[in-house]
Structure formats: C-alpha cells, structure tokens
Ligand binder design. Structure first.
Ligand code: UD1
Ligand code: MG
Length: 458
C-alpha cells in the first residue's frame, strides 16, 4: 500500500455561495474546485484519495468517473471537521502511513507545498503537523497557540477565542499531515463542548501534545495558497490566480499573450510555441492549438483541435471543431460541433458550420450556413449559400465533390449531391443531384419590360 493517503473534506454545503450547486463543484479556471485539491493531493503522491461527501454527494462522486484512486465516504450530517475525518475511517481501514487532510475549497494549494509538508512531517517523525500561515487579517480562522519555546500547544477557533487569542495572527490553514495510527486512535476522543457544538478536528493538536507526541506546525510563506473559497467574490479571486499560473506556464513555453490579465485559458488547454493570443479570448474544454497560430480578439474556443499556422479572426466562436493546418476562420464565424476543416480551408465572416467536412483549399468566404455536408477539396462556396438540411422532421446530407464552384445565393435542398468539377449558377435552388462536370441553373428567366415605369407614371 502507498505510504501517503489523502482525505479531502467536502461535505459542507457552502451556504455563502448562495447557489443550487454545492460549493466544491463550482468551477475555477475550467475545473471544479474539488478537482484542484484532488490534483494537488495526487501530485504529492497520495493514494487513495478519500472524499468526505455530504451535500449533493452523488454529484460530487460523479465528478471523478472511473478514477480508481478516488473513494467516497458519506457524512450524512455535518457535525464538524473531526466528525468528517472520522467518516473516512472505513475507506482507510488497514492503512498505517501518513494521512494528508485537505479541504475541497482551497483550489490554490500547490502540490509542492504539500510535498514540503509531508517531508517536514516525516523528517521530524511527527504524529501531527499542521500547515499554518501568518495573516494580516486572521479573522474567521482558527489561531495557533504556541509555548514560549515555539512548541505548538493547541488551536482555538475564532468563536471560542479570548481577545488575547484573537490577537494572534498565525492561523490554521485546515491542511494537515497525521499518522494514521495516531489519527484513528484519537479521533473518537474529540468532544463537542465548544461554541459551535461541533467535533473540531483541531482538538487533535492538544491531544497529541498531552500524549507527548511530536506535534508541529509548518508555516507557509505564500498565504494566498491556503485561501479558502467561501463566496463568489473569493471564487473569482481564486480563478484569477489560477489563470495567472496557467498563463505564466504558457508564456514560459513560448506562447505570446498580448494581455494575460484579460486572457481566459482553462486548465488542460495546450498551445504550441509562437502562437499569439490577443485579449479577451476564452479557451477551454481541453482544446489543443498548434504553433504559429494567431487567435484574434474576443475569440471563444472550446473542445477544439487546431493545427499549425491557423488564423482565427476576431469574434469567432469555435466548439468541438477540428482544424488542420493553415486554416483561416472569421471574423465573426461560428464553427459548431462536428466541423472538420482540412489544410488551407477559409471560412469567412458570418459563416456557420455544423457536422461538415471541408477538403483542402476550399472556401466559404461570406454569409453562409453549411450543415450536415461533405465538401471536397478546392471548392468555392459563394456568398449566401445555404444547405437546407432540415425538412422539419429529419436532417439530410449534402455532398459536394472536388473542384466544384457554387455561385452566390444558392440553396442546396438536401439530400442532394453536386458531382466533381460542376458549376452551380448564382441564385440556383438545387433540388436534384448534379452530375460531374455540369452546369446547374434553376433561375426564372428574366423579363425586361421597356418603358414600364414611364407608363405607370401617366
Ligand atoms: C476550519 C478549522 C479552522 C481553520 C479553517 C481553515 C476546524 C474546527 N476549524 O474552520 O481552524 O482555520 O478551517 O479554513 O477544523 N466539512 C465537512 N464536514 C463537516 C464540517 C466541515 O466536510 O461536518 C468540510 C467543509 O465542507 C469544508 C471544510 O470541512 O470544506 C472546512 O469546514 P469549515 O466549516 O469551513 O471550517 P472552518 O470553520 O472554516
Ligand atoms: Mg471554512
């Protein structure tokens, strides 16, 4: 068995979020808050990771489908942090290593900090080590009481503290390392004789001290990291810090961000070097973007795979689309799921695509809707072309061969096909298949009535 396991407390509702969604599932930079804590615990080497769930337990559970290292322990009634950890006992039966205890609402905590905490705890053969920080404004946190020689004595909660204790500014982060033997031998001895009538996990500190066990505090320099998110103001602040880290990593790897403060890239996005991202772009959903691309102002991309040297112009929206190399899109284009654009395809302004494949070098430069279509290479789709793919009940496909020229203002009433190298004249409504190498034209012949206007005026 692994020597480090983690318990993440996530049973609380998060009342101050004022939300129908449990607090730990609110996303920050593309991941639910609890996933950031799980990622930090995993990366610090913890397995299994036990989530103590309560409010919306099923929703929290299903946030980690198929994860073999995640276990859930149900805390039906939230009776305090000590009671929450006790609920994890069965999931850790037989485990006698170090238990890392975290909260589900501290998304800024980094794995390096946890690794340092574990090393410090083990190097000193401690039974319990608490991660602390010194804050200018410690209000709301538990305060760390030390003896004159610096030895940790106990932790007192804000609501139970005397004025002298409230003046202490070293606080309990709520993150701990505890030896499993010590933890589970003592967790049931915690009482609830306090201001909140709750079972405080922090009471284990004074118990360890009483038993003469090594009980330590590790002070972190970066107090931001242990920030707990309680409301949406803190959530926005945490997301800002996470985005800053993501952007920093991308820029270090050769990506240019014109204004990183106003660039919204989620966890899991990959971008190649020499790609430029202009301000106000939103990129998420495990999107992969190649090298040498330009992503202009205000572009939104989610769940896409984009090759090298592509140019996505201002205001475009791309959802679950695949772009090969040197593709140009926009401005103001909308690529919907199932769009596949091969090399050198050009999609221009006010073009919407859905479930289409477009072959190499093909173009739809203006004001067009292409849905449920298979379009060959070197095809020109004229301005105002519409694939009429929906008959009110079912969707139908349009197939267009290589080297086809579709004139402006053409409607392709699906199911229909246009054979390779054909030309569809401007203004045509295509209702029957066009053979290869043909001209298709379906216009009402024009009539000019000379002098008609003059006669009308008489
Ligand atoms: C706790 C600490 C406090 C510390 C602070 C850091 C105790 C008694 N106090 O206080 O010293 O400074 O965290 O943020 O531990 N939870 C459960 N079940 C419960 C109660 C809580 O799962 O029955 C979870 C919550 O969902 C949350 C975490 O435990 O993720 C912390 O609980 P919270 O009520 O916020 O504790 P604090 O009062 O902030
Ligand atoms: Mg809290």
């Amino acid at each position: 068995m692994n020597t480090v396991a983690a318990v993440i407390l996530a049973a609380g509702k998060g009342t101050r979020m004022k939300s129908g969604l449990v607090k730990v599932l609110h996303p920050a930079a593309g991941l639910p808050m609890i996933s950031w804590a799980v990622a930090a615990a995993r990366s610090a080497g913890a397995a299994p990771v036990v989530l103590v769930v309560g409010h919306q337990a099923d929703a929290v559970r299903t946030a980690f489908p198929g994860a073999a290292d995640i276990r859930c322990a149900l805390q039906e009634e939230q009776r305090g942090t000590g009671h929450a950890v006790a609920c994890a006992r069965n999931e850790l039966a037989g485990f006698n290593g170090t238990v890392l205890i975290l909260c589900g609402d501290t998304p800024l905590l980094r794995a390096e900090t946890l690794r340092d905490l574990i090393d410090f705890h083990r190097d000193n053969a401690a039974a319990l080590t608490v991660l602390t920080a010194v804050l200018d404004h410690p209000h709301g946190y538990g305060r760390v009481l030390r003896a004159a020689d610096g030895q940790v004595l106990r932790i007192v909660e804000q609501k139970d503290a005397t004025p002298e204790e409230l003046a202490i500014n070293e606080i309990n982060s709520g993150i701990y390392c505890m030896e499993a033997g010590f933890l589970f031998a003592n967790i049931d001895s915690i009482g609830c004789d306090n201001a909140q009538q709750e079972f405080y996990l922090t009471d284990l500190v004074s118990l360890a001290v009483k038993q003469g066990r090594v009980c330590l505090a590790r002070r972190t320099e970066d107090a931001d990291e242990i920030m707990g998110v309680n409301d949406r103001i803190q959530l926005a602040e945490a997301a800002r810090v996470l985005r800053g880290r993501i952007n920093h990593g991308l820029m270090s790897a050769g990506v240019s961000l014109v204004d990183p403060e106003h660039t919204y890239i989620d966890h899991g996005v990959r971008i190649g070097s020499d790609t430029l991202v202009q301000p106000n772009c939103t990129i998420g959903g495990a999107t992969v973007i190649g090298s040498g691309c330009t992503i202009e102002n205000g572009v939104s991309i989610s769940g896409c795979t984009i090759g090298d040297d592509c140019h996505i112009k201002a205001g475009s929206v791309l959802e679950s689309a695949v772009l090969h190399d040197a593709v140009s899109v926009g401005p103001m284009a909308h690529l919907r799921p199932g769009t596949v654009l091969k090399d050198h395809v050009k999609i221009g302004n006010f073009v919407e695509t859905k479930k289409i494949t477009m072959g190499e070098g093909s173009k739809a430069s203006h004001l067009t809707y292409l849905g449920d279509a298979e379009i060959g290479g070197n095809v020109n789709i004229g301005c105002g072309t519409i694939t009429c793919n929906y008959d009110g009940v079912n969707k139908h496909r349009t197939v267009i061969g290589d080297d086809v020229f579709i004139g402006s203002d053409v409607q392709l009433v699906a199911p229909v096909s246009v054979g390779r190298n054909s030309l569809v004249a401007a203004g045509t409504t295509v209702t029957v298949d066009v053979p290869p190498d043909s001209l298709a034209i379906s216009r009402v012949p024009q009539v000019n009535k000379e002098g008609w206007r003059l006669k009308k005026k008489q």
